[in-house]
Design a protein around this ligand. Structure first.
Ligand code: SAM
Length: 284
């Protein structure tokens, strides 16, 4: 009898049993805080699919960074992806994934290595989704890499430290508004899916976490525009307190360009909206 992935997963031992069986003590250096209550990853995937008006991943390729003991991995697999590719640096977690693969088969691909070295945009075909409870120390560089190739992805469902999630979603003019807010908001519609208190994790971190859903906008900046936006926001936000006519002074015909983009020369970096940065980026 052919069992569905969800039926196969329902026969797996609990995540806590797996952690004990593999002696998976969390390593701080790998940003390991595990979700061992399977209800939480299930809820994350359900909420994410619901927002996307989907019931499963049946036609889709999903990529997971850092599966750890496999809570999110199980939740994704239970929603029928065409293929789920996991990337993990910890050999103990790779063994756990190999055990899952033995039961689930070729629907699960395992890559042992550093997620920063992977380019999912070059693998498989659309639609692609990324799902991850991110290792916090590399969450922003990973997100930046994915945003630069955002056309390749339909959605990103990502858990961050709450403070990072607040920076990503910060409105123009707020104290948290910065480079990552500009780029993320120009590329994606971002929904705040849920907050998680430290007790949801083993071991509990010191901070709260939050899950964001990024859905790629039909009209998003081109790779060249993204490069220019990065150039501008680097200059502007590295001198946050300065007026924009000062921090961007190396740009030729700056006054004229600022006028065209409807940006007041006396504005500071955080007073300029993502759309105004994009307009200015198109004039470079
Ligand atoms: N997904 C699991 C969960 O929710 O319980 C584990 C999440 S834990 C916050 C982050 C995971 O990322 C760990 O399993 C860790 O080993 C892995 N990791 C850390 N750095 C990594 C890297 N550069 N590339 C791939 N995986 C990494």
């Amino acid at each position: 009898m052919n069992l569905s992935p969800a039926e196969i997963i329902s026969t797996f031992p609990s995540l806590r049993t797996i952690v004990d069986a593999y002696g998976l003590m969390a390593k701080k250096s790998l940003g390991q805080n595990f979700l061992l209550d399977a209800n939480i990853p299930d809820k994350i995937i359900r909420l994410s699919l619901q927002k996307q008006n989907k019931t499963d991943y049946a036609e889709d390729f999903v990529y997971e960074v850092g599966p750890g003991p496999g809570g999110l991995t199980r939740a994704v697999l239970a929603h029928n992806p065409k293929k789920l590719t996991v990337v993990e640096m910890d050999s103990r977690c790779i063994s756990i994934m190999e055990d899952i693969k033995e039961k689930i088969g070729s629907r699960l691909e395992i890559i042992s290595g550093d997620a920063l070295q992977q380019n999912f945009a070059e693998k498989d075909s659309s639609p692609r989704h990324i799902v991850s409870n991110l290792p916090y120390n590399i969450s922003v560089p990973l997100l930046l890499n994915w945003l630069k190739q955002i056309k390749a992805y339909q959605s990103l469902t990502l858990m961050f430290q709450k403070e990072v999630a607040e920076r990503i979603t910060a409105p123009t003019g707020s104290k948290n508004y910065g480079r990552i807010s500009v780029l993320a908001q120009l590329c994606c519609k971002i929904d705040w899916l849920m907050d998680l208190n430290p007790e949801c994790f083993t071991p509990p971190p010191k901070i709260w976490s939050a899950v964001l859903l990024f859905r790629t906008l039909a009209e998003r900046p081109s790779p060249k525009q993204i490069k220019n936006i990065e150039f501008l926001t680097n200059l502007a936000f590295s001198q946050r307190r300065k007026m924009i006519r000062q921090s961007l002074k190396q740009i030729t015909n700056l006054s004229e360009k600022l006028q065209k983009a409807n940006i007041d020369e006396t504005f500071r970096a955080e007073q300029i909206s993502p759309e105004q940065y994009l307009t200015l980026a198109c004039l470079l």
